[in-house]
Design a protein around this ligand. Structure first.
Ligand code: SF4
Length: 344
Protein backbone atom coordinates (compact mmCIF):
# COMPACT_ATOMS: atom_id res chain seq x y z
CA UNK A 1 0.00 0.00 0.00
CA UNK A 2 1.27 3.43 -0.98
CA UNK A 3 2.06 5.47 2.13
CA UNK A 4 3.48 8.62 0.58
CA UNK A 5 1.26 11.44 1.89
CA UNK A 6 2.27 13.64 -1.06
CA UNK A 7 0.48 11.21 -3.36
CA UNK A 8 -2.87 11.76 -1.65
CA UNK A 9 -5.81 14.01 -2.42
CA UNK A 10 -7.41 15.81 0.53
CA UNK A 11 -10.24 13.25 0.54
CA UNK A 12 -7.74 10.36 0.74
CA UNK A 13 -5.94 12.10 3.60
CA UNK A 14 -9.25 12.48 5.43
CA UNK A 15 -9.76 8.72 5.23
CA UNK A 16 -6.27 8.08 6.60
CA UNK A 17 -6.75 10.52 9.47
CA UNK A 18 -10.09 8.93 10.40
CA UNK A 19 -8.53 5.45 10.35
CA UNK A 20 -6.33 6.66 13.20
CA UNK A 21 -9.42 7.82 15.11
CA UNK A 22 -8.49 11.48 14.60
CA UNK A 23 -10.73 14.37 13.56
CA UNK A 24 -11.20 14.70 9.80
CA UNK A 25 -10.22 18.40 9.70
CA UNK A 26 -6.62 17.50 10.57
CA UNK A 27 -6.22 16.18 7.01
CA UNK A 28 -6.39 19.75 5.76
CA UNK A 29 -3.31 20.66 7.81
CA UNK A 30 -1.40 17.76 6.27
CA UNK A 31 -2.49 18.75 2.75
CA UNK A 32 -1.72 22.46 3.23
CA UNK A 33 1.61 21.90 4.94
CA UNK A 34 2.77 19.56 2.16
CA UNK A 35 1.58 21.63 -0.81
CA UNK A 36 1.82 25.23 0.48
CA UNK A 37 4.29 25.26 3.34
CA UNK A 38 7.01 22.97 1.95
CA UNK A 39 6.72 20.34 4.74
CA UNK A 40 9.46 17.84 3.91
CA UNK A 41 8.65 15.33 6.64
CA UNK A 42 5.75 14.47 8.89
CA UNK A 43 7.44 16.07 11.89
CA UNK A 44 7.19 19.45 10.05
CA UNK A 45 3.38 19.38 10.26
CA UNK A 46 3.28 21.24 13.56
CA UNK A 47 -0.51 21.50 14.05
CA UNK A 48 -0.68 17.69 14.47
CA UNK A 49 -0.01 16.40 17.97
CA UNK A 50 3.38 14.80 18.52
CA UNK A 51 1.61 11.56 19.32
CA UNK A 52 -0.32 11.49 16.02
CA UNK A 53 2.78 12.41 14.00
CA UNK A 54 4.59 9.53 15.71
CA UNK A 55 1.75 7.14 14.92
CA UNK A 56 1.83 8.07 11.23
CA UNK A 57 5.60 7.54 11.07
CA UNK A 58 5.43 4.22 12.97
CA UNK A 59 2.86 3.00 10.46
CA UNK A 60 5.12 3.73 7.50
CA UNK A 61 3.62 7.01 6.32
CA UNK A 62 6.13 9.47 4.91
CA UNK A 63 6.53 12.43 2.54
CA UNK A 64 8.70 11.93 -0.55
CA UNK A 65 10.82 14.79 -1.88
CA UNK A 66 12.34 15.51 -5.28
CA UNK A 67 15.78 17.08 -5.33
CA UNK A 68 17.19 19.35 -8.02
CA UNK A 69 20.45 18.03 -9.40
CA UNK A 70 21.10 21.08 -11.55
CA UNK A 71 19.38 24.09 -13.07
CA UNK A 72 20.34 26.04 -16.16
CA UNK A 73 19.17 29.53 -17.12
CA UNK A 74 18.82 30.56 -20.75
CA UNK A 75 19.69 34.14 -21.80
CA UNK A 76 15.92 34.62 -22.44
CA UNK A 77 15.20 33.89 -18.74
CA UNK A 78 13.82 30.37 -19.16
CA UNK A 79 15.10 27.97 -16.49
CA UNK A 80 15.49 24.20 -16.93
CA UNK A 81 15.64 21.92 -13.90
CA UNK A 82 17.08 18.43 -13.78
CA UNK A 83 15.70 16.19 -11.05
CA UNK A 84 17.26 12.87 -10.10
CA UNK A 85 14.87 10.42 -8.46
CA UNK A 86 15.88 7.88 -5.82
CA UNK A 87 15.88 5.06 -8.40
CA UNK A 88 18.37 7.01 -10.56
CA UNK A 89 15.89 8.04 -13.25
CA UNK A 90 16.03 11.66 -14.32
CA UNK A 91 13.37 14.11 -15.43
CA UNK A 92 13.39 17.73 -16.52
CA UNK A 93 11.00 20.62 -15.92
CA UNK A 94 11.00 24.11 -17.38
CA UNK A 95 10.05 27.47 -15.85
CA UNK A 96 8.94 30.12 -18.34
CA UNK A 97 8.34 33.78 -17.59
CA UNK A 98 5.66 35.77 -19.40
CA UNK A 99 5.47 39.33 -18.07
CA UNK A 100 4.86 38.64 -14.39
CA UNK A 101 3.31 35.21 -14.91
CA UNK A 102 5.22 32.02 -14.26
CA UNK A 103 4.46 28.82 -16.12
CA UNK A 104 5.95 25.45 -15.26
CA UNK A 105 6.13 22.73 -17.87
CA UNK A 106 6.13 19.44 -15.93
CA UNK A 107 7.17 15.92 -16.89
CA UNK A 108 4.83 13.00 -16.33
CA UNK A 109 7.01 10.04 -17.31
CA UNK A 110 10.73 9.28 -17.20
CA UNK A 111 11.33 8.97 -20.95
CA UNK A 112 8.49 8.20 -23.36
CA UNK A 113 7.27 5.27 -25.44
CA UNK A 114 5.62 7.28 -28.21
CA UNK A 115 8.67 7.58 -30.45
CA UNK A 116 7.71 10.86 -32.14
CA UNK A 117 10.38 11.39 -34.76
CA UNK A 118 11.15 15.03 -33.88
CA UNK A 119 11.46 14.58 -30.11
CA UNK A 120 14.60 14.12 -27.99
CA UNK A 121 12.68 12.55 -25.09
CA UNK A 122 11.57 9.74 -27.42
CA UNK A 123 15.19 8.66 -27.79
CA UNK A 124 15.35 7.93 -24.06
CA UNK A 125 12.54 5.31 -24.33
CA UNK A 126 10.09 4.88 -21.49
CA UNK A 127 11.66 4.14 -18.12
CA UNK A 128 8.57 4.47 -15.95
CA UNK A 129 5.51 6.54 -15.05
CA UNK A 130 5.98 9.25 -12.44
CA UNK A 131 3.93 9.16 -9.27
CA UNK A 132 1.52 11.98 -8.44
CA UNK A 133 3.99 13.15 -5.78
CA UNK A 134 6.82 13.31 -8.32
CA UNK A 135 4.62 15.36 -10.66
CA UNK A 136 3.41 17.92 -8.09
CA UNK A 137 6.79 18.14 -6.43
CA UNK A 138 8.34 19.58 -9.59
CA UNK A 139 6.13 22.62 -8.94
CA UNK A 140 6.73 22.61 -5.16
CA UNK A 141 10.49 22.69 -5.61
CA UNK A 142 10.42 25.35 -8.35
CA UNK A 143 8.05 27.52 -6.27
CA UNK A 144 10.35 27.28 -3.26
CA UNK A 145 13.13 28.85 -5.38
CA UNK A 146 11.19 31.19 -7.68
CA UNK A 147 7.88 32.02 -5.97
CA UNK A 148 4.26 31.41 -6.88
CA UNK A 149 3.57 29.58 -10.14
CA UNK A 150 0.52 30.76 -12.10
CA UNK A 151 0.20 28.17 -14.87
CA UNK A 152 1.04 24.50 -15.18
CA UNK A 153 1.36 22.71 -18.51
CA UNK A 154 1.73 18.94 -18.67
CA UNK A 155 3.97 19.19 -21.69
CA UNK A 156 7.37 18.02 -20.46
CA UNK A 157 8.85 14.56 -20.79
CA UNK A 158 6.34 11.77 -21.41
CA UNK A 159 2.76 11.45 -22.64
CA UNK A 160 0.55 12.66 -19.75
CA UNK A 161 -2.52 10.66 -20.73
CA UNK A 162 -0.49 7.43 -20.73
CA UNK A 163 -0.09 8.05 -16.99
CA UNK A 164 -3.73 8.98 -16.61
CA UNK A 165 -4.52 8.29 -12.94
CA UNK A 166 -1.40 9.94 -11.52
CA UNK A 167 -1.80 12.97 -13.78
CA UNK A 168 -5.48 13.46 -12.99
CA UNK A 169 -4.76 13.22 -9.29
CA UNK A 170 -1.99 15.81 -9.69
CA UNK A 171 -4.49 18.12 -11.44
CA UNK A 172 -6.93 17.72 -8.53
CA UNK A 173 -4.21 18.46 -5.97
CA UNK A 174 -2.87 21.52 -7.83
CA UNK A 175 -6.37 22.91 -8.32
CA UNK A 176 -7.60 22.35 -4.75
CA UNK A 177 -8.38 25.57 -2.78
CA UNK A 178 -6.64 24.16 0.32
CA UNK A 179 -3.50 23.58 -1.74
CA UNK A 180 -1.94 25.65 -4.50
CA UNK A 181 -5.36 26.67 -5.80
CA UNK A 182 -4.19 26.95 -9.41
CA UNK A 183 -7.30 27.69 -11.48
CA UNK A 184 -8.36 24.82 -13.71
CA UNK A 185 -8.18 27.17 -16.74
CA UNK A 186 -4.51 27.62 -15.87
CA UNK A 187 -3.74 23.91 -16.05
CA UNK A 188 -3.21 22.38 -19.49
CA UNK A 189 -2.75 18.77 -20.46
CA UNK A 190 -0.96 18.36 -23.75
CA UNK A 191 -1.37 15.01 -25.43
CA UNK A 192 0.11 13.50 -28.56
CA UNK A 193 -3.37 12.16 -29.30
CA UNK A 194 -4.56 9.48 -26.89
CA UNK A 195 -8.17 9.64 -28.11
CA UNK A 196 -9.52 7.08 -25.64
CA UNK A 197 -8.08 9.01 -22.68
CA UNK A 198 -9.37 12.32 -24.06
CA UNK A 199 -12.88 10.82 -24.02
CA UNK A 200 -12.35 9.55 -20.48
CA UNK A 201 -11.17 12.99 -19.36
CA UNK A 202 -14.27 14.57 -20.89
CA UNK A 203 -16.35 12.38 -18.54
CA UNK A 204 -14.53 13.52 -15.37
CA UNK A 205 -15.83 16.17 -12.96
CA UNK A 206 -12.75 18.35 -13.53
CA UNK A 207 -11.65 19.64 -16.93
CA UNK A 208 -8.19 21.09 -17.48
CA UNK A 209 -7.51 22.79 -20.79
CA UNK A 210 -6.70 20.33 -23.54
CA UNK A 211 -3.89 20.77 -26.04
CA UNK A 212 -3.36 18.26 -28.84
CA UNK A 213 0.03 17.97 -30.49
CA UNK A 214 -1.16 17.49 -34.08
CA UNK A 215 1.75 18.35 -36.40
CA UNK A 216 0.15 16.95 -39.56
CA UNK A 217 -3.24 17.07 -41.24
CA UNK A 218 -3.08 13.72 -43.02
CA UNK A 219 -2.57 10.22 -41.62
CA UNK A 220 0.19 9.60 -44.13
CA UNK A 221 2.32 12.46 -42.82
CA UNK A 222 1.30 12.07 -39.17
CA UNK A 223 2.29 8.40 -39.22
CA UNK A 224 5.78 9.45 -40.28
CA UNK A 225 6.07 12.07 -37.54
CA UNK A 226 4.15 10.35 -34.75
CA UNK A 227 4.06 6.66 -35.72
CA UNK A 228 3.01 5.03 -32.47
CA UNK A 229 0.05 7.20 -31.55
CA UNK A 230 -1.23 7.65 -35.09
CA UNK A 231 -1.34 3.91 -35.66
CA UNK A 232 -3.48 3.47 -32.56
CA UNK A 233 -5.61 6.60 -32.97
CA UNK A 234 -5.63 7.89 -36.56
CA UNK A 235 -6.62 11.49 -37.20
CA UNK A 236 -10.37 10.84 -37.60
CA UNK A 237 -10.57 9.19 -34.16
CA UNK A 238 -8.46 11.91 -32.58
CA UNK A 239 -10.55 14.70 -34.08
CA UNK A 240 -13.79 13.07 -32.92
CA UNK A 241 -12.40 12.82 -29.36
CA UNK A 242 -11.19 16.44 -29.41
CA UNK A 243 -14.56 17.62 -30.71
CA UNK A 244 -16.30 15.67 -27.95
CA UNK A 245 -14.03 17.25 -25.30
CA UNK A 246 -14.77 20.70 -26.65
CA UNK A 247 -18.53 20.07 -26.70
CA UNK A 248 -18.64 18.60 -23.18
CA UNK A 249 -16.39 21.16 -21.53
CA UNK A 250 -17.34 24.23 -23.63
CA UNK A 251 -13.62 25.02 -23.80
CA UNK A 252 -11.66 25.64 -26.94
CA UNK A 253 -9.13 22.96 -27.77
CA UNK A 254 -5.60 24.05 -28.62
CA UNK A 255 -3.88 22.32 -31.52
CA UNK A 256 -0.10 22.47 -31.47
CA UNK A 257 1.73 22.25 -34.75
CA UNK A 258 5.52 22.11 -34.82
CA UNK A 259 6.74 23.51 -38.14
CA UNK A 260 9.52 21.43 -39.66
CA UNK A 261 11.27 22.63 -42.79
CA UNK A 262 10.06 20.86 -45.96
CA UNK A 263 8.27 18.19 -43.90
CA UNK A 264 4.95 19.68 -42.77
CA UNK A 265 5.28 23.39 -43.46
CA UNK A 266 4.05 23.89 -47.04
CA UNK A 267 1.16 26.20 -47.79
CA UNK A 268 -0.76 23.15 -48.96
CA UNK A 269 -0.18 21.62 -45.49
CA UNK A 270 -1.62 24.81 -43.98
CA UNK A 271 -4.75 24.59 -46.14
CA UNK A 272 -5.23 20.92 -45.24
CA UNK A 273 -4.93 21.85 -41.57
CA UNK A 274 -7.62 24.50 -41.96
CA UNK A 275 -9.94 21.97 -43.55
CA UNK A 276 -9.33 19.49 -40.75
CA UNK A 277 -9.96 21.74 -37.76
CA UNK A 278 -12.34 24.42 -39.00
CA UNK A 279 -15.38 22.63 -37.55
CA UNK A 280 -13.94 22.53 -34.02
CA UNK A 281 -13.84 25.53 -31.66
CA UNK A 282 -10.11 25.76 -31.37
CA UNK A 283 -6.98 27.81 -31.56
CA UNK A 284 -3.61 26.88 -32.99
CA UNK A 285 -0.13 27.29 -31.57
CA UNK A 286 2.45 27.16 -34.33
CA UNK A 287 5.75 26.15 -32.78
CA UNK A 288 9.09 26.85 -34.38
CA UNK A 289 10.93 23.51 -34.54
CA UNK A 290 13.75 23.26 -32.03
CA UNK A 291 16.74 21.57 -33.59
CA UNK A 292 18.78 19.12 -31.54
CA UNK A 293 21.68 16.83 -32.40
CA UNK A 294 19.60 13.65 -32.25
CA UNK A 295 17.42 14.46 -35.25
CA UNK A 296 18.09 15.71 -38.79
CA UNK A 297 15.03 17.96 -39.07
CA UNK A 298 15.52 21.69 -39.43
CA UNK A 299 13.26 24.59 -38.54
CA UNK A 300 11.00 26.38 -41.02
CA UNK A 301 12.08 29.87 -41.90
CA UNK A 302 10.42 32.70 -39.98
CA UNK A 303 8.96 33.95 -43.26
CA UNK A 304 7.36 30.59 -43.98
CA UNK A 305 5.97 30.35 -40.46
CA UNK A 306 4.29 33.73 -40.92
CA UNK A 307 2.78 32.66 -44.27
CA UNK A 308 1.53 29.42 -42.71
CA UNK A 309 -0.02 31.40 -39.84
CA UNK A 310 -1.68 33.83 -42.26
CA UNK A 311 -3.49 31.02 -44.04
CA UNK A 312 -4.92 29.84 -40.73
CA UNK A 313 -5.81 33.33 -39.53
CA UNK A 314 -7.46 34.18 -42.87
CA UNK A 315 -9.67 31.11 -42.37
CA UNK A 316 -10.84 32.52 -39.04
CA UNK A 317 -8.68 30.26 -36.88
CA UNK A 318 -7.02 32.05 -33.97
CA UNK A 319 -3.33 31.38 -34.41
CA UNK A 320 -0.33 32.22 -32.27
CA UNK A 321 3.29 31.71 -33.29
CA UNK A 322 5.49 30.43 -30.49
CA UNK A 323 9.06 31.27 -31.29
CA UNK A 324 11.80 29.33 -29.57
CA UNK A 325 12.32 29.76 -25.84
CA UNK A 326 15.05 28.21 -23.74
CA UNK A 327 16.80 26.92 -26.82
CA UNK A 328 20.37 27.39 -25.67
CA UNK A 329 19.79 25.22 -22.61
CA UNK A 330 17.76 22.64 -24.59
CA UNK A 331 14.63 23.45 -22.63
CA UNK A 332 12.47 24.09 -25.66
CA UNK A 333 9.61 21.93 -26.89
CA UNK A 334 10.89 18.54 -28.09
CA UNK A 335 14.38 19.06 -26.63
CA UNK A 336 13.91 17.76 -23.09
CA UNK A 337 16.29 14.96 -22.28
CA UNK A 338 18.58 15.86 -25.20
CA UNK A 339 21.55 16.20 -22.84
CA UNK A 340 20.92 12.79 -21.30
CA UNK A 341 20.67 10.67 -24.43
CA UNK A 342 24.29 9.56 -24.62
CA UNK A 343 24.37 8.87 -20.90
CA UNK A 344 21.23 6.69 -20.85
S1 SF4 B 1 6.58 14.49 -28.35
FE1 SF4 B 1 5.68 13.95 -26.36
S2 SF4 B 1 4.57 12.03 -26.79
FE2 SF4 B 1 6.01 12.32 -28.51
S3 SF4 B 1 7.85 11.18 -27.89
FE3 SF4 B 1 8.12 13.32 -27.21
S4 SF4 B 1 7.43 13.33 -25.09
FE4 SF4 B 1 6.61 11.47 -26.03
Amino acid sequence: MDKDLKNKTLEELEEIVEEFGQKKYLAKYIFTFIHCKSAKEISDISPLSKGFRGQLIENGYHISNLNIKESLTDPDGTVKFLFVMPDGNTIESVLLFDDKRKTVCVSTQAGCSMNCSFCATAKLKLKRNLTTAEIVDQINVIESEHGKVNNVVFMGMGEPLNNYDAVLKAVRILNHPAGKNIGIRHITISTCGNAEAIRKLAGEDIHPRLAVSLNAATDQLRSKLMPVINKKYPIAKLMAAAKNYQAKTKQRVTFEYILINKVNDSLSDARKLCGLIKHIKCNVNLIEYNEHPHCDYTASSKENIKLFAKILSDSGIETVIRFRRGRKIKAACGQLGADRIKKS
